[in-house]
Design a binder for this molecule. Structure first.
Ligand code: TRP
Length: 340
């Protein structure tokens, strides 16, 4: 009897022990990805995301990119690892980050905004570089052709039309004759939109005054230099300006000058109006391209994608602060209205 009992206890013990080893063995294999029957080294694709600076539009793109990847079956810790780095507006940080991504031979570098993309493309000619929201990929030297990028670099563009934004501006505050443009002269993404604005000004007998900066600490003074002299201020899709938007808005509201902008987030941050694209859609489009690349397509074989649909974004709180009534028909046309 005693012997039988002892045997049962021993059997149970052995069974429990076996079960325990099996479970923990499994866990180790998945967690640290040791290979074997698991997919081995290639199972976890490593993605480096580099963002030039912190501002709402870029963060929206990043978040919708990550969600878009998930929607397409790529989830963090499951089959991808994401290393997200923000350069805080510093060129030197961009170089360190992109250099490290390249040295670690990541599977994909996702560069948000033009300055990050230019740096990433300069650091590697082999690892696929997928840019997001680069206004002018050709003028910024990222690709030679939108249809056939060819090398290791492709992505999405957020080109908007200064002409259409100014047409909207003339409907909201008719009689604009003097426009002031504020941007970072080093951002090639802004240059493209400013060229379009210059053409519009020339064709419509308007005077254009340009105030350029090289970093965000100069923004307030540059805005002040324009505010008293112009009927409206125009901001392109400029990362430096976007990161110091509150300073521009403060100056403009004090001087009661309308500020027309190149992106929805600049309206949310106090700009009066834009005719712009949806950055959530752009982030998702970028994720679609990333999924293709992760499945093996060469980046250079994927044409650069753009968002064709443009919509009106209005800030009624700003309108009130500068004493402007936006016509009812424009309010009815708007995709998004900021009220406070
Ligand atoms: N288009 C910008 C670039 O090419 C990046 C960008 C996206 C942006 N959304 C913005 C800049 C909104 C300012 C505001 O670098």
């Amino acid at each position: 009897m005693k012997r039988k009992q002892a045997m049962v206890v021993l059997t149970v013990l052995v069974a429990v022990l076996l079960l325990f080893t099996a479970c923990s063995g499994n866990k180790t294999q998945k967690g640290i990805n040791t290979g074997g029957s698991y997919k081995g080294e290639t199972a976890l694709k490593r993605i480096g995301i580099v963002q030039v600076v912190e501002h709402p539009s870029l963060s929206t793109i990043r978040e919708s990119f990550v969600k878009g990847l998930e929607d397409r079956g790529f989830s963090e810790g499951d089959n991808i690892v994401i290393d997200y780095q923000n350069a805080q507006g510093e060129q030197a940080n961009l170089k360190t980050i992109c250099g490290r991504f390249a040295n670690h031979r990541y599977d994909l570098i996702v560069a948000i905004a033009t300055p990050s993309a230019q740096m990433a493309a300069g650091e590697t000619s082999e690892i696929p570089v997928l840019f997001s929201a680069c206004t002018d990929p050709i003028g910024s030297g990222l690709v030679d052709s939108m249809e056939r990028p060819g090398k290791n670099v492709t992505g999405t563009s957020d080109l908007v039309s200064a002409k259409r934004i100014m047409e909207l501006a003339q409907r909201i505050t008719p009689g604009i004759r003097k426009v002031g443009a504020l941007y970072n002269s080093g951002e090639t993404n802004s240059a493209a939109v400013i060229a379009d604005l210059r053409e519009y000004a020339e064709n419509n007998g308007m005077t254009l005054t340009e105030a350029t900066v090289t970093n965000s600490s100069e923004i307030k003074q540059a805005a002040q230099s324009l505010a008293g002299k112009v009927d409206a201020i125009f901001l392109p899709i400029d990362n430096t300006v976007a990161s110091a938007m509150s300073a521009v808005v403060q100056v403009a509201v004090e001087a009661k000058v309308p500020v027309y902008v190149g992106a929805d987030s600049l309206v949310r941050d106090g700009g009066l109006a834009t005719y712009g694209i949806n950055y959530q859609a752009l982030g998702d489009e970028t994720a679609d391209m990333a999924a293709e690349i992760l499945k093996g397509t060469n980046a250079g074989d994927l044409p650069v994608r753009t968002i064709k649909d443009m919509e009106i974004y209005l800030n009624l709180a700003t309108a009130e602060a500068i004493g402007i009534t936006i016509p009812e028909d424009i309010i009815n046309e708007a995709a998004e209205i900021i009220r406070e």
